[in-house]
Design a protein around this ligand. Sequence first.
Ligand SMILES: Nc1nc2c(ncn2[C@@H]2O[C@H](COP(=O)(O)OP(=O)(O)O)[C@@H](O)[C@H]2O)c(=O)[nH]1
Ligand SMILES: [Mg+2]
Ligand SMILES: [Zn+2]
Length: 308
Amino acid sequence: MARTTSTQEGTVVGTVGRLVRVRTEEGERDCQLVGKRAVIGDRVRVRDGQGAGAIEEVLPRRTELRRADPGGRPQVIAANLDGLLITASAANPPMHAPLVDRYVLASREADLEPIICLTKVELGVSDEVAAALAVRARLGFTVLYTSALRGDGVGEVRGRIEAGGAWALVGPSGTGKTSLAQALLPEIAVGAVGALSEHDRMGRHTTTASTLFPLGAGWLADSPGIRTFLPDVLDAEQVARRFPGVDDPPCRYRDCLHRDGEDGCAAPDTVDPAMLDSYRRLIAEILATRARARPSSSKPSGPKRRRG
Ligand SMILES: Nc1nc2c(ncn2[C@@H]2O[C@H](COP(=O)(O)OP(=O)(O)O)[C@@H](O)[C@H]2O)c(=O)[nH]1
Ligand SMILES: [Mg+2]
Ligand SMILES: [Zn+2]
């Protein structure tokens, strides 16, 4: 019987520029993106065509992981995820706890489960790193000690993914995301490892692409490392209510941002100093981004003015 429909549903498992790789019941195919941007994890409807197919429709998203770009505009990174595997290395590069907390905040905003993965533990875990992670664990966040090199924790991470859901590895470049993905998926070539892997010889970023791999009942995506991460929560008051460890009102003033030196604010006595430091850094960056995004009367001197 001739097929009367020429569209299929599928999941975006990879993106490279304006080409997206879609997995349908019949296999994987590359598709042209027309109109709305599709991101990894999106459910899409694909129209058959000569050669590459075309994305006809991006279906409604169950979850959206977003970041704010340097101008403060929201940018969707991935769709329909269930959890984040937030990497920070025990050494080389040293752990930067405030960045971990930002990913935890982003996962909370997107309704994703955060799992903090300390990587490279065979290099040794300093007392400061262990103490910083213990603070996050006391707040109720899962912390796993892993080493892609020696195998520590890999089975536990795999167990979480295999149980179901779509998980993305996120964290700074060099923290071992690709190595951990490779340890989790030994039979698949997941991507290049190492400092230079994210650039080709021309110095361009090559891993703007990410790929979603099946693992048991779940899915795993590696992601290109980024130097910093600003969650798409540019409302300082909202951050004050939602930041991990600060969300239990730390002082009696409803509109207090708990900044350093705020009159009568009890936050320094009620909030863990590590979390307060993380929180205050984010608030400072949000206020600075806001100021950049909405310059007052003076017109910016740059030639490009983009619509916001
Ligand atoms: N000692 C040690 N080095 C690791 C481990 N995992 C990754 N590395 C190294 O850390 C560097 C960055 O790894 P990569 O997986 O590319 O990190 P990514 O940028 O987060 O994807 C590479 O030189 C890896 O060989 C580990 O468990 N132990
Ligand atoms: Mg990588
Ligand atoms: Zn306060």
